[in-house]
Ligand binder design. Structure first.
Ligand code: AMP
Ligand code: ZN
Length: 520
């Protein structure tokens, strides 16, 4: 997949497999056939990180989930505009409406500007995304870059009667909204149950009802992040930014909204209420709500506050009490893809070690494809003891791979299906199964599509199997040329080749059976 084209403005040719994609839609609570509002264009919004600390492996799981969904939609030929925001203001400690801003607090603790905190952890987030081969989105907007739009949305909600000013703050009026709309439509929560489970206002808050949530908060003197607004010098509520940035870039109704399962309530429920409160409900704001499930450790959600989260750097070095040793990013990527995104996934050293073995087997087979000795289909007669090429059915394997991904992005089934290909490749490599030129190129294409483009697996040195084989071929050619220079007694040329290769980190060693080479 050439991802540079995936979000260009030219309509892509849709794959026939695109007709059968089913997505678990948490709004309808059923697996729905995917029908974009404006095919072949697809709008995808995913809640991004709050950039106040290093990303932990749990966060990586959520972004990986949506990376694979994005990759697969592109693979089907959709023209995807993928918006993933950066939360750099408004997310308060405790995830509700009181307390310090997470970023502001960190800035105070480290004696830095809030924007220094934002930049530091945004850079870290990008490094981690690259490390795990997670593609960048088409647009990565920030909450602080959209204060004016947030103020405008508050004004629209107020004009429609679903928000009120109290002091210098503005709150969403959940009770008023619920008179006309269904608050709880996504999470299935009932407003009466919510109310009985919520503590009464303690006199500290100027809300009318404990269920109301902040759209704008007046900043006290110590609050670092502050902007002027019609109501006060203050800052926007956390839920508002996603309503604003998703609709600004994808329209008032768009196709897919994603995020971690923990954001379903209240964050996503509040987003729906804000969108409907501002723009009405003639069309639902979002067609498909998709939630990635949590990475857990001994059954508990991995999180900063639980103290059971480790960073990708710790994972690679193995330098953490939960880790028996270090693991590579691709091992972790593969480990995560071995579970379906909608189920919880429990971290363990045993599971990572099994994933490492499984990945090695898959990658070894993939890189062996190019070197397989294929037979010409017209003259194909299998030798004694060799199974006929007819055993290999690449077309049916391809159909099964698409069927797995079309069934709500089922990567564990996809991996199991690719292993059928691995078996054929290994048998052909060992001379137990004949393989035709067409089958060989079909398998190479299949692995390129599903292992590389869809699952985003890459060889740890950044190459692909095909690249490794190409390097082997090129080096064999260079070594042959140097051998013939030597047999012509052209010592200067032979030395020149050796020295030039050494200068770029390739060491040639002459032995009695010819030259061998290694990278520095
Ligand atoms: P945050 O930076 O806390 O706003 O989280 C960024 C994203 O990571 C959100 O979509 C969260 O749902 C997700 N997330 C946080 N913890 C985990 C976890 N243990 N497993 C999977 N996703 C998580
Ligand atoms: Zn969000």
């Amino acid at each position: 997949m050439d991802n540079s084209n995936s979000n260009s403005s030219a309509p892509a040719a849709l794959s026939p497999y695109a007709d059968n994609l089913l997505i678990q839609n948490n709004l309808s609570r059923s697996k729905d056939r995917f029908k974009p509002l404006n095919s072949p264009y697809v709008g995808l919004y995913v809640c991004g990180p709050t950039v106040y600390s290093n990303v932990h492996l749990g966060n990586v799981r959520t972004f990986l989930t949506f990376d694979v969904i994005y990759r697969y939609l592109c693979q089907l030929g959709y023209n995807v505009r993928y918006v993933r925001n950066i939360t750099d203001v408004g997310h308060l400690v405790g995830d509700a409406d009181e307390g310090e801003d997470k970023i502001g607090k960190m800035a105070r603790l480290q004696n830095l500007e809030p924007m220094e905190i934002v930049q530091r952890y945004t850079n870290d987030f990008h490094d981690v995304m690259r490390m795990f081969n997670i593609l960048p989105p088409s647009i990565e907007p920030t909450a602080t870059g959209h204060i004016i739009e947030q103020i405008e949305m508050i004004e629209a909600i107020m004009k429609n009667g679903f928000a009120y000013q109290a002091g210098g703050s503005v709150y969403f009026d959940v009770r008023k909204y619920a008179e006309q709309h269904d608050y709880g439509t996504l999470s299935g929560r009932k407003i009466d149950d919510l109310r009985s489970a919520t503590r009464d206002l303690d006199g500290q808050s100027d809300k009318r009802d404990p269920l109301d949530f902040a759209l704008w908060k007046e900043a006290n003197e110590t609050h670092l992040m502050r902007w002027p607004s019609p109501w006060s010098i203050g800052f926007p509520g956390w839920h508002l930014e996603c309503s604003v940035m998703s609709t600004k870039y994808l329209g008032k109704s768009f196709d897919i909204h994603g995020g971690g399962m923990d954001l379903k309530f209240p964050h996503h429920e509040c987003e729906i209420a804000q969108n409907v409160g501002a723009y009405g409900d003639e069309t639902p704001p979002v067609g498909y709500w998709v939630h990635g499930n949590m990475l857990t450790v001994n059954g508990r959600k991995m999180s900063k506050s639980e103290g059971n989260g480790f960073t990708p750097d710790e994972l690679i070095s193995g330098n953490h009490k939960l880790l028996e040793r270090g693991y590579s990013p691709m091992t972790v990527r593969f480990f995560m893809l071995q579970g379906h995104y909608a189920g919880t996934l429990d971290f363990s050293n045993a599971a990572l070690q099994a994933a490492e073995k499984g990945l090695t087997r898959l990658m070894a087979a993939w890189s062996a494809i190019e070197g397989l000795a294929a037979i010409d289909v017209a003259t194909a007669t299998a030798a004694p003891g060799v199974a006929a090429a007819g055993e290999i059915d690449v077309e049916s394997l391809r159909n099964r791979c698409y069927a797995a991904m079309n069934d709500d992005f089922n990567t564990p089934i996809l991996i199991a299906t690719l292993y059928d290909g691995v078996k054929w490749i290994n048998s052909a490599k060992d001379g137990r199964l004949a393989i035709t030129v067409e089958q060989k190129s079909g398998l190479a294409d299949l692995f390129n599509t599903f292992a590389k483009d869809v699952m985003g697996l890459s060889f740890e040195d950044g190459s692909t199997g095909a690249d490794d084989d190409r390097t082997d071929g090129l080096m064999a050619l260079i070594c042959d040329m140097r051998a013939s220079a030597k047999s012509d007694k052209n010592w200067a040329m032979a030395d020149e080749i050796r020295d030039q290769l050494a200068a770029i980190g390739v060491q040639i060693k002459d032995g009695k059976d010819g030259a061998t080479w290694t990278f520095d």
